[in-house]
Ligand binder design. Structure first.
Ligand code: HAS
Length: 542
């Protein structure tokens, strides 16, 4: 593996795990506060810790890990080394994002940015927190630009050839990110920074939340799709099989590009000021974005079964027996896949308007995203880390480390299962999300919820043990004996259909994406800007 590229990738991955550790500490502490089990010293607040937890885990751990992983696969599949300029852009992106993270974290720790990871108005942070976020977004754009350039060069020099699947998927992920972050950039630059500096007195809350969710929903697919890259491209190789279909994989990613963005209103179904027609339209589009996940589930089952049969497995479920259960590179992402079945079902419940009225703003939603991003996605990222670090640093994933990895996966899965399961249950009993013990959980009326909150904290402590073990494993991976570890990239099954050239007509897919966004957002956003949204009071002074 190219040593220069290895440095860039490793910097991202290690930064990501440093964020995971800090975010994990904040996470377990806020869980204990919420369970009424500890009191925080030195004026530290529950919401402050919750902000640190959400920002460091959901925004920083994921973004750094994803950019590092995508760069690694581009280097591997586009000729074995990145071009000089894309690599330099990668470093520029890293420095900007890292500086933004440090500044942002300082402001959160100073209690000057206690605005939660969604940071939408009317909660107000110090302007420097928003500037820090801007640095992170601009940094990520630099990295995305680097990847697009490298990909374009490959296409130019390989006229008429289909690009390697990993790189195709990486480009979709970064395109999705590029289009989505325009929303949050507009919110931060045009609304939050001027407002927090005091240059303007009011802020259009409805518009700010809409711009946030225009970004916030594709954000969740920005987390999910790199995990899908692992499921489609890496896992078949690890289990000694082949990919089910290149065409199906590409189509599912294209559908994510089209349908991830015009769906933000499903986070705003209880929001006054958006007419039910536009909510309805975006709910329909939300159900469209479920399709590529169902295609992925089908593809995974098909890949497991064809591989199993090639190995001589018999019967309906014979393939289960021949899977490499003792290999953490498979086991961790597989646990992620299994958990994604209930996690996805929960998402479909959330998206259904009537049921959303029951679960919105309850701990059910927190349970949903701990199963999706913190279980399915995180476990897949851990599974990747176990081979990626040794593969790029020229070391071995020893049997001992593999075993520790399996333990770490089991502990993480068990803790998350307890925590998320309980969150779903107590959410249905009406327990609100993002509410500290002292806000009203200590009121006698809430006695029904308290045992659940204590169980959540216990689940959180189990997960924290897995965070510590992961950090230990990473240090051990960096010091593992020298040797070779494979960067696993699967081939496609011989019997699969050829991939239509149409799938690489980028202009077409970007064009359709833009049209869908315009259809879903133009009229409601113009109503918000004009101040004539149905039933809303859009201008609030805070
Ligand atoms: Fe979600 C809220 C709807 C997926 C994350 N979601 C959130 C929030 C986050 C989040 C962070 O419609 C909270 C935001 C906040 O702070 O307010 N979500 C959905 C839907 C899906 C979905 C329809 N969400 C995700 C993913 C996330 C994520 C993925 C992170 C990575 N979500 C919502 C809605 C809300 C929401 C509403 C707002 C709620 C509210 O009121 O506030 C879908 O994409 C899900 C589709 C998934 C599937 C599952 C396919 C299964 C597969 C696994 C196959 C397994 C195999 C192994 C092969 C249909 C691919 C099997 C082997 C065996 C042996 C069994």
């Amino acid at each position: 593996y190219s040593p220069k590229d290895a440095k860039l990738v490793l910097a991202h991955i290690l930064f990501a795990f440093a964020a995971l550790l800090l975010g994990g500490i904040a996470g377990v502490l806020q869980g204990l506060v919420r369970g009424g089990m500890i009191k925080l010293p030195a004026g530290i607040g529950y919401y402050q810790l919750l902000t640190a937890h959400g920002v460091l885990m959901a925004l920083i751990f994921t973004t750094f890990f994803i950019i590092g992983f995508l760069y690694s696969g581009m280097s591997k599949t586009l000729g074995g080394e990145l071009l000089a300029l894309p690599r330099r852009l990668g470093w520029l992106g890293f420095v900007l994002m890292a500086s933004g993270t440090v500044i942002g974290t300082i402001f959160i720790l100073l209690n000057k940015a206690t605005v939660l990871y969604t940071f939408y108005a009317p909660l107000k942070a110090s302007p420097y927190f928003y500037i820090a976020l801007t640095l992170i977004v601009i940094g990520s754009w630099m990295s995305g630009l680097g990847m697009f350039m490298n990909y374009r060069y490959w296409k130019k020099t390989h006229k008429g050839q289909m690009s390697p699947l990993f790189s195709f998927m990486a480009v979709i992920v970064m395109l999705l990110w590029q289009v989505a972050t325009i929303g949050v950039a507009a919110e931060v630059l045009l609304q939050l920074i001027p407002w927090s500096f005091g240059w303007v007195e009011t802020v259009n809350v409805l518009l700010s939340r809409t711009l946030f969710w225009y970004f916030g929903h594709p954000l969740v697919y920005f987390w999910l799709l790199p995990a899908y890259i692992c499921w489609y491209v890496i896992i078949p190789k690890i289990i000694g099989g082949k990919m089910f279909s290149d065409a199906l994989a590409r189509l599912s990613f294209i559908l994510f590009l089209l349908f991830s963005i015009p769906v933000g209103f499903h986070h705003q179904l209880t929001e006054p000021g958006i007419s039910s027609f536009w909510k309805y339209l975006q709910v329909v589009l939300t159900f469209m974005v479920i399709v590529p996940s169902l295609m992925t589930a089908f593809s995974m089952f098909a890949m497991f079964e064809t591989t199993g049969r090639a190995k001589g497995a018999k019967g309906l479920f014979g393939w289960v027996k021949v899977l490499p259960w003792k290999d953490v590179r498979f086991f961790a992402p597989f646990m992620g896949m299994v958990m994604f079945i209930p996690a996805g079902a929960g998402g479909i419940i959330n998206a259904s308007n009537q049921m959303n009225q029951v679960v919105h703003n309850t701990l059910w939603v927190t349970g949903h995203f701990h199963l999706t991003v913190a279980t399915s996605v995180a476990l897949t990222f851990f599974g990747i880390t176990y081979w990626l670090i040794p593969a790029i640093t020229g070391r071995q994933l020893t049997q001992r480390l593999n075993k520790l990895g399996i333990w770490q996966t089991v502990i993480w899965s068990a803790g998350m299962l307890v925590m998320s399961g309980v969150m779903h249950a107590v959410g249905l009993l009406g327990s609100p999300r993002r509410t500290s013990y002292t806000t009203y959980d200590d009121h006698p009326v809430t006695f029904l919820w308290m045992p659940y909150h204590v169980s959540m904290a216990v689940g959180g402590m189990i997960v924290f043990v897995a965070v510590l073990l992961m950090v230990y494993n990473i240090i051990a991976l960096l010091r593992a004996p020298k040797g070779e570890t494979e960067y696993p990239i699967a081939e496609v099954r011989d019997a699969s259909e050829p991939t239509p050239k149409l799938f690489e007509r980028w202009g077409l897919w970007i064009g359709v994406t833009v049209v869908l966004i315009l259809v879903a957002y133009t009229i409601p956003v113009s109503q918000m800007i004009g101040g004539d949204s149905p039933g809303s009071i859009p201008f609030v002074t805070w």
